[in-house]
Write a protein that binds this ligand. Structure first.
Ligand SMILES: Cc1ncc(COP(=O)(O)O)c(C=O)c1O
Length: 369
């Protein structure tokens, strides 16, 4: 919980994993949520569908077909409390206690911890410019029952899982009857070029559980995400949702459904992408002129530090100045090689603050390395 609180405190410049305050259509969302709350309290007091509101599941299915290449029915969709809620639900349904799971290394620390809490043993699998190294996994942990991946934009190094590796991963999963959890945390929010279709869109054997989230695309305060269950598992997911993890309350879902149906979501994504792309370019340009080891990855700039550099201490020192870079070393499995670095959130780097914030951060790095 301490690491969770430290990494999610804020808001602050460079904070990763949260969207920009400035691009959120706050007035519109507030109006839609107020309307939905009024409708909720004046409706009869009955239990809502534990899979989530049909109106939202329909909108999500339509969006996924359009933007992520996934053909699914609303009955395969379960609305959850973000990606984390979806991961918890999937792990309950799959029942993989004591089994082995491949996990990207580096990879999202809370997923690693979530797998351990669900009593899986985590096999760290290296990541390169083509995404997770599937051959490494097949060689070193062929008996795994699960793999959790971020194929769209690897978290945190940003690479897209190549088509060759996608096929190898899906073939391996089909042959060895392993499950694949696709963490599509950024959806189509990609700063350069078009986002590749989801891994689930290529899954012919029904092995991929796709999990999406509105945390990065709208705001994590909604705590809204969704699971797309393979058709054969849809009823098991529905039962687990009903008995163990029902969808969040209807009002927030209805508001999101209206936001999507009226076209605001797609407009918001387009605008957000433009703003983030400009901020990302400016951040990269300023830092490139001062250090060689910088690259954009997903919605962050990755600043590699020299071996042994104390990225955690640098991040803590920066926090005292209102900056919140994330130490890269925290994203590595504790028992393997670790590359120190800092992840600088693009969304939380407004153009006006970039130069002064970078200067301050570079001074701290100089002082502590
Ligand atoms: C890779 C990755 N997956 C999932 C999440 C969490 O998403 P949610 O807020 O929907 O639980 C994050 C949030 O930072 C993330 O970086």
């Amino acid at each position: 919980m301490e690491m969770y609180q430290e990494l999610t405190a804020g808001p602050a410049i460079f904070q990763m994993g949260v969207p920009a305050q400035e691009t959120l259509p706050a007035t519109l969302l507030a109006r839609m949520r107020a309307q939905a709350v009024r409708a909720e309290v004046s409706a009869p007091a009955i239990y809502p569908d534990p899979r989530g509101e049909l109106a939202l599941r329909r909108e999500i299915a339509a969006y996924l077909a359009l933007a992520r290449g996934i053909e699914c029915a609303p009955s395969q969709i379960i609305v959850t409390a973000g990606f984390s809620g979806g991961l918890g639900l999937a792990l309950r349904v799959l029942g993989l206690e004591q089994k082995k799971a491949w996990m990207e290394d580096p990879g999202f620390p809370f997923t690693r911890q979530g797998l351990a809490l669900a009593r899986l043993s985590v096999a760290p699998i290296p990541v390169d410019a083509d995404g997770i190294d599937v051959d490494y996994g097949m060689k070193h942990a062929p008996d795994a029952a699960l793999v959790v991946v971020t194929p769209g934009q690897q978290a945190p190094l940003g690479s897209t899982l190549s088509l060759v590796r996608r096929s190898r991963l899906l073939d391996w999963a089909a042959q060895s009857k392993a499950w694949v959890i696709e963490d599509d945390y950024l959806s189509e929010l990609q700063l350069k070029g078009r986002a590749t279709p989801a891994l689930a869109s290529l899954d012919r054997a029904g092995r991929v559980i796709h999990i999406g989230s509105f945390s990065k695309t709208v705001t994590p305060a909604l705590r809204l995400g969704f699971v797309v269950a393979p058709a054969a598992l849809a009823s098991q997911f529905a039962e687990a949702a009903a008995c163990l993890a029902p969808a969040p309350g209807p009002a927030v879902q209805r508001a999101m459904a209206d936001f999507m149906r009226e076209g605001h979501y797609l407009r918001h994504l387009r605008r957000t992408k433009r703003v983030y792309a400009a901020q990302g370019d400016a951040l990269l340009k300023y830092l490139r002129a001062r250090t060689a080891n910088i690259a954009l990855a997903g919605l962050a700039a990755v600043l590699q530090l020299t071996d042994g550099a104390p990225d955690l201490a640098i991040a803590r020192e920066a926090a005292r100045m209102g900056l919140a870079p994330t130490p890269l070393s925290l994203w590595y499995a504790s028992n393997g090689p670790v590359r120190p670095g800092l992840l600088l959130g693009v969304a939380t780097s407004p153009l006006k603050r970039i130069e002064a914030s970078c200067d301050r951060l570079l001074q701290i790095i100089d002082r502590l390395t």
